[in-house]
Design a binder for this molecule. Structure first.
Ligand code: NAP
Length: 305
């Protein structure tokens, strides 16, 4: 019998995981922010997953952060900027040998969470699956993809990967998870901020190929300096491939800004610039991009961090 999957954050990705785990008959509990959110969830009758136009509702039990039940496995599905505070609230409930799976994009939030629980196992994840909330408690599975999981402290995979297989969550254990997260961060830095600043789909960056190439050169330098040469390999070529393959799409950062939502800038471009500063590396175009993006966000009344 699998131990319970506590899922912190019933947003897009949290709901996508929770519904598939529950559908496979695995024990799942949602952890919601407060009594008001719990009441709203219970009134809705459960979480609905919309997949290929078909909607199915799962009456997954939910609780608030301050419930008493101990937690041994926690799937952290908040945004990067919420992860540390949300996990901190759960400290009294987490067992000393708890396992946390961190789904956050970018870098920085994982280390902040891990520092809260030195004896817990923190597994970092990087996902190309896509989901969005059509309404509260209703998530659309928008893009099939893959999730890589890894532990920077321990190369052995956890036995509960079997649960993910049972739930049909495509995944792979990856002993170089930091390389994967850095690579994704670099791709994000080369594409997403420019789509916001030029107000365009990814394909619109074909008109700005010199700027993209300059950013890729600086990001390559950064990755090499940060001990991530594998993440730097052929970066510019892959960025060009991604721009072409996703030309019709709006980037996640573009969508956040367009919908007036806070971005994860501090864990993406902000993290890259801070890492460059730590290494006394001068990357003027990347830094200028961060400043332009921060100004743009401020002008739109959005947080600059
Ligand atoms: P999201 O839809 O905004 O969901 C985040 C959830 O966290 C919300 O439901 C929010 O609750 C909840 N939350 C925040 N603080 C909380 C707290 N203290 N206690 C309980 N719940 C709390 O975000 P998302 O799109 O799933 O993204 C999560 C992470 O996955 C991000 O880092 C994102 O970049 C990454 N990611 C997402 C996708 C995707 O397709 N969505 C793909 C790959 C990676 P409320 O509902 O009450 O606000």
């Amino acid at each position: 019998m699998s131990s319970t999957w506590h899922v912190l954050g019933a947003g897009s990705l949290g709901s996508l995981w929770a519904t598939r785990l529950a559908r496979a008959g695995l024990p799942v509990r949602l952890i919601l922010r407060d009594a008001a959110r719990l009441a709203a969830y219970e009134a809705s009758g459960g979480l609905t997953l919309v997949e290929q136009g078909q909607a199915h509702r799962f009456a997954i039990p939910a609780q608030t952060v301050d419930a008493a039940e101990p937690i041994t496995r926690l799937l952290v599905a908040c945004k990067a900027y919420d992860a540390h505070a949300a996990v901190a609230q759960l400290l009294p409930r987490l067992s000393a040998d708890a396992e946390l799976i961190l789904l956050q994009n970018g870098l920085g939030s994982q280390d902040a969470v891990a520092a809260l629980l030195p004896s817990a196992r923190c597994i970092f994840a990087s996902s190309t699956e896509g989901a969005f909330r059509e309404a509260d408690w209703r998530v659309v599975f928008a893009g099939h993809g893959f999730t890589w999981l890894g532990d920077v402290a321990q190369p052995l995979p956890p036995p509960w990967l079997e649960d993910l297989a049972q739930a049909g969550i495509p995944h792979e254990w990856n002993t170089q998870i930091l390389t994967r997260l850095w690579r994704k961060l670099a791709l994000n830095c080369a594409i997403n901020p420019l789509t916001v600043l030029y107000d365009c789909r990814n394909g619109g960056l074909l008109d700005h190929h010199c700027e993209v190439a300059t950013l890729c050169a600086e990001l390559t330098e950064l990755l090499q300096c940060c001990g991530q040469p594998a993440a730097a390999e052929e970066l510019h070529n892959e960025v060009q491939r991604v721009i072409q393959a996703t030309a019709a799409n709006y980037s996640s950062m573009y969508q956040d800004v367009a919908q007036g939502r806070r971005t994860e800038i501090s864990y993406l471009l902000g993290y890259a610039c801070a890492a460059a500063a730590r290494h006394h590396l001068s990357l003027p175009h990347l830094e200028q991009l961060r400043e332009r993006l921060a100004t743009h966000l401020a002008n739109h009344g959005l947080p600059v961090d």
